[in-house]
Structures are given as structure tokens and as C-alpha cells.
Design a protein. Sequence first.
Length: 286
Amino acid sequence: MADITASDVKRLREKTGAGMMECKNALVEFDGDFAKAEKSLKEKGLAALEKRASRATNNGKVFIKMKDDGSSVVLVELNAETDFVARNPEFIAVGQTIAAQALDKGITSPTDELSGMVQDLATKIREKMGLKRLCMVKASSNEYLVQYIHGDGNIGVVVKCESDKPEIFKDEEVKSFIFSLALHIAAFNPVAIDRTKIDQAWLKEQEGIFKVQMEQDEKLKGKPENVLTGILAGKVTKYVSEICLMEQGYVKDEKLTVAKAIEECGKKAGAKLTVIDYIYYKVGAE
């Protein structure tokens, strides 16, 4: 019978996350064979995860990592069952490592290798978790990227701008303004940059919903068809203005649309400034 030391138990516990007695019993069962004991405990961890397979993973964090030169940025969303685990230092470390590795290797979507890192932690902690999504955004020489993490990491935003005079991206006022746009997007979660980017089938569906609501409105009963058509068009236009970034009231001055605020910022800097893309991640959102 091998001599099982306290340091052996401690080392096995650190590797597997299992309880002290579980680790000691595993080492005793396999006569001190560390590799076999570790394998057995991991298998038990996987079995525990199987029992939790149907549980929702609506908690987690968004991680963002940008290259020092600002040429590319990676967004990652890791999910977990509980907020307690989402605040776990090991969970946070895995998310940061995944973002860093994806950025370093140019990975643009989840891979088996990266998902495996999450699975390893899940078997250790014995809570269902996963790498829900990952993307990379790149910037050319006339483009500029800004990142923003809201709160404890429940929302992450990246904004991509371009200019005919990219030197304006060294201007502190311009950089501050673009960061404010990221704050705006985090707060208002626009569906699209402008109305040309909205999926027309989806918009038609929303129009159908408005039409049904109007048919049920007693105040509109008996109105001429042309009047009803005008009201419907007005509802759709108002709705689009609320969900499109360019038409929303700017978070720091609601008298200005975002489009007008961008125009004024560019004009002040002596260049044309355009928002060409943004990414919005919210934990648990589809």
C-alpha cells in the first residue's frame, strides 16, 4: 500500500477541484497512482455535469482583448449556471486566456481546443458552462476600434469607425466621442446601424404585428384605408428610428441623433467620420 501524503491529496485537489476526502479516497483506491486517481475524479466530474445537462446557463461574462496596435479585437462570451461561478477567479482566468489565445492565433470562432478549456474547468467545478460565442473584428489603416465592457462583464461592445483622414483617431476628443458611442450602444442595444441594414423579412413581421394591433384598436374603426395606411407607415417609421443606431437620440445629447453627433464630431476634427460596424454581446442573449 502506497503512503498517501497530505501534499499528494492537496495537489490532486488543486488539479481536479474535488473534495479532500474524495481525493484521498481516489489515491487510496488506486494505490497512490496520481494519474489514475485524477482520471477517475475527472470522470466523476463529467458524470455530475451530465446530470446538470438540462440546466440553463444564463450567467457568465463577456471578455474583450485588443492588440496593442489596435488592429484587431476579440470578443468572447462564456456562460455558467450561476453568478457565483461567473465571478470565480478561475472562470475569469479561462475567459481571459481564451480571448488572448484567439487574438494571438487569429481565431475567429469557437474551436474544440478553446471549448475544451471551458470543459476542463466545468468538470473541476462541476457546474455546466460553455464557450457560447467568439468573434474577431479587424481594422485597416483608415479604421479605428474601441472596446467597452459594462459592469461586471455582462455586456461587451466594440465599435469600428473609419475616416478619410485617419490621423483624427489620435485626437483625444474624437477617441472620447467614439468611446461614448460604445456606451450608447451598450445602453440602447440598437438592432442595426441604419434602416438599410435591417432584415426586411423581420421588419415585415413587425409591420404585421402593428397591423393586428391597429385592427383591435376601437379608435381606428371605420377610418378610411388611406388613413390607416398612413398610420401604419408612421408606426413603422417611428419603430425603425428607435432601433437604428443612426436615428436614435445620442446618449449625451438627445436633441441630436447619433448620425448628427457623428457628423458634428467629424466636422470639428476636419474630416469625415463614419461608424461602419459594431458588435454587441450581452450574457445570455441570443
